[in-house]
Design a protein around this ligand. Sequence first.
Ligand code: 7RM
Length: 668
Amino acid sequence: MSKKAAAKKPAAKKKPAVASKNKSLLVENRVFKPNPEFVKQARIKSMAQYKTMWEESVKHPDKFFGREAKELLWQKPFGKVHEWKCPNSKWFVGGKLNVSENCLDRHIHGARKTKAAIIWEGEPGEKRVLTYQQLHREVCRFANVLKRNGTKKGDRVIIYMPMIPEAAVAMLACTRIGAIHSVIFGGFSAESIKDRVNDCQAEIIITADGGYRRGAIVGLKKNVDDALKGKDTSVKKVIVFKRTGQDIHIEEGRDVWWHRELEYVDAKCPAAQLDSETPLFILYTSGSTGKPKGILHTTGGYLLHSYMTCKYVFDLRDDDVYWCTADVGWVTGHSYMVYGPLAMGATSLMYEGAPNWPENDRFWRIIDDYKVSVFYTAPTAIRAFMKWGDHWLKKHDLSSLRLLGTVGEPINPEAWMWYHNLVGGGKCPIVDTWWQTETGGHMITPIPGATPTKPGTATLPFFGVDVGIVDDLGHEVPANEQGKLVIKKPWPSMLRGIWGDKKRYQETYWSDFKGWYFAGDGARRDKDGYIWIIGRIDDVLNVAGHRLGTAEVESALVSHPAVAESAVVGRPDELKGQGVVCFVTVKEGIKADRSLADELKAHVRKVIGPVATPDEIRFAAALPKTRSGKIMRRLLKQIASGETLKGDTTTLEDINVIAALSAASGED
Ligand code: 7RM
């Protein structure tokens, strides 16, 4: 149940500190031209066509996006395509539309009425198919349940669910009535739920009794109960879907069962007429402070971008069976499991559980069983499959695949080649898509029928995306040199803000370079103009494709009574991209030993959730600081990855600290 397919912790407590990310042993210089068979059917068939479209999209965005947006269903046509006063963006001004109507009603009057919208497989093996007609009906009924429970336009609704079709139903039902959903990944803890509920002042939570993960039940409702303890919560109602059937606590007056509520409602629910800039959802993501940011997306621009990228990047066709392995709790699940594919009228496959349950071939079995044709997953999952061995996929027929995608972190060339040869049989284009929660959809990506690909690069910008790779003064850096990745023009699905925090929105994204969006990533462009993403250059880690703020983990650690101070850094990890290493100093009289290290790991899991479990706790007598008191993370990173120390240590307050740290490890 993780973001991009999560092949988290199959085993191994202690991972070798191998610098695999982007520092591949294999130098792969080949360029892969689009497969001619693919090109025949592709919407965009050549680089010339891509370039013409891209030029128009950045030079005349109003014309380009105005035309594209006409493919959506508008209740009232928009006037101006776009208004921009940095950092405030408006798209399709004055237009009215409804996301659920675009994803459902639009498809049920013609041949797609009985087409599968969602194909679902539960981890224990149940199978369900919801046609567009059926999904429409379920969404309308559940929208009425929301109304019955007091939800109105603009209200915030928390969705904390397993990967079951009802998660999509709940999201779409919110959009039908103009409520703002905020989905929380099932791997987050009660405390994380509480923080998010408080931040957005949600009045309603939709959850399930539990979900399945690697054969065990994840007690979702229990976490919700813990999150709502105390009397100061904004939550008035909790709607519970029965998934696992285990005993749960039901709080009279607050908790209601999903299936019981359905008995009171009918299946008619008109789609609310919503202004194009109506808030659609809030999704919390990690930043460089301890407090996650509630990224806000709105209706028209977001829908257009997720629709357009499914059309041009996945090049979805009516007969595709499309599978995005991301959890609905992450932005990839929002844009590429639910909204984009459904807006296209595609068939979207959803799988509830782990990739290695009951055995390591579950994904390949699913591809074979349902004849999946377009498959979108994360490099961390691909590396896990490589490690588990080729025989797992050789047992299955994967010939239905025609396009592969990756997202979440840089893909190392070995993993790319393995994906290309073993999964794609050498014939499928691979789209390595760079984007963020904030961008709403793909930003840098190959166009599969046009762009020649090179293993390890996300290649070129998508339509309307004007990328710069710049130095601190905003000057474009020369080819092959690393710089900061910025986006120079607003785009339809850009975030519209951080919920309740205008200042942080301005400061985080728009203050480094005036008028440009700073993504937090470093990158370089090669001589062909291809963009190679280096990764985060702020204090955000990318662990198995999950974004995690070092400050979040630090604040979880110092909330433990034994901890005096902590500094958290990432170190390269062969499977997960990055692992979490915590340097900790303890309070007077506390014994820093193995059992405390275990306790601290468990504490972080409890405070943030299993996604944040530290790989290593290293105790130290002191942390290396500059004379002005700043922790020297650069040194800690080098120590954590076992490198010899490089660079300037002259500002270090006490050089002895370093020697001691290099020796100390809580694991031993
Ligand atoms: C979709 C998503 C965003 C961060 C981003 C990057 C990294 C994502 C790629 C990538 C290299 C890619 N949203 N990232 N995709 N790095 N190549 N194709 O992941 O908000 O959770 O994370 O992920 O560092 O800033 S996210």
